[in-house]
Design a binder for this molecule. Structure first.
Ligand code: ADP
Ligand code: MG
Ligand code: MG
Length: 251
């Protein structure tokens, strides 16, 4: 279970608070969607969960399975099962995609006292998961995200997630910039990850993704605070009314 309690966040060297007293609980087995206008703090929340540097939590607490997430380094968080799929996945020019995936998978296995996967077992697993996501083995011969299209980058994020099987999946606008077929593929990938042992936090600007990944709860983030929470109907309502009803910043 993820428990965010009265969290305030600012960027190092800046004065303004970006997250301003956020409370959110995501139990395992559930998908919670965070929706909000541009600049409301969605990515900031994702970065804080992943432990990105320069994001300072000035007040509040974040617990993951009862453990203080804020006390952990980013790699410790990853080992504790926290995975962030980035809004803008980075290119890693010198590192082959397969090597990257294999290193990540084996690091997780090691952290769980499991033996490394054999090459044939690993290849079989990647082939299976990649094929589900419409990722070609040719694409995986390239360096991480190098020359990948926007849709390919997002699919590669979901591939990493499905190989690592994290306990907490945070997806930051994974749907942005995708055409409708790619949204469906990504949504199928996320739906396959739904599990009684996994919490999923789905950050999105648009309601469209929630047609395919039906959330248990929807939260509207405005100006660094949850302005409203509800069930999936809230997303449909937002699609009609827009964020304008939530005030100046939203409008
Ligand atoms: P969203 O993802 O909802 O569009 P962000 O979390 O990216 O919103 O940004 C929230 C606010 O914080 C915005 O006003 C943005 O300009 C500001 N912000 C984000 N990152 C930085 C940064 N590194 N330095 C200064 N301001 C930032
Ligand atoms: Mg934004
Ligand atoms: Mg963002």
């Amino acid at each position: 279970m993820l428990e965010i309690k009265n969290v305030h966040v600012k960027i190092a060297e800046e004065d303004a608070e970006i997250i301003r007293g956020l409370d959110l609980t995501v139990p395992k087995g559930q998908v919670h969607a965070i929706m909000g206008p541009n600049g409301s703090g969605k990515s900031t929340l994702a970065y804080v969960l992943a432990g990105k540097e320069d994001y300072e939590v000035t007040e509040g607490q974040i617990l993951w399975n009862g453990e203080d997430l804020l006390e952990m380094e980013p790699d410790e968080r990853a080992r504790a099962g926290v995975f962030l799929a980035f809004q803008y996945p980075l290119e890693i020019p010198g590192v082959g995609s397969m090597t990257f995936l294999r290193t990540a998978v084996n690091a997780h296995r090691k952290a769980n006292d499991e033996a490394e996967m054999s090459t044939p077992d690993f290849m079989k697993l990647v082939r299976e998961k990649a094929s589900d996501l419409g990722i070609s083995m040719d694409m995986l011969k390239r360096p991480v995200n190098s020359g990948f299209s926007g849709g390919e980058k997002k699919r590669f994020e979901i591939l990493q997630m499905s190989l690592l099987e994290p306990g907490l999946c945070v997806l930051d606008e994974t749907d942005s910039g995708l055409d409708i077929d790619a949204v469906r593929i990504v949504a199928d990938g996320v739906n396959k990850l739904r599990d009684p042992d996994r919490a999923i936090l789905l950050i999105t600007h648009y309601q469209r993704l929630l047609d395919y990944i039906v959330p248990d709860h929807v939260h509207v983030l405005i100006n660094g605070k949850i302005a409203r929470s509800g069930d999936k109907e809230l997303a449909l309502e937002l699609e009609k009314s827009g964020y304008a009803a939530y005030g100046e910043q939203a409008a």
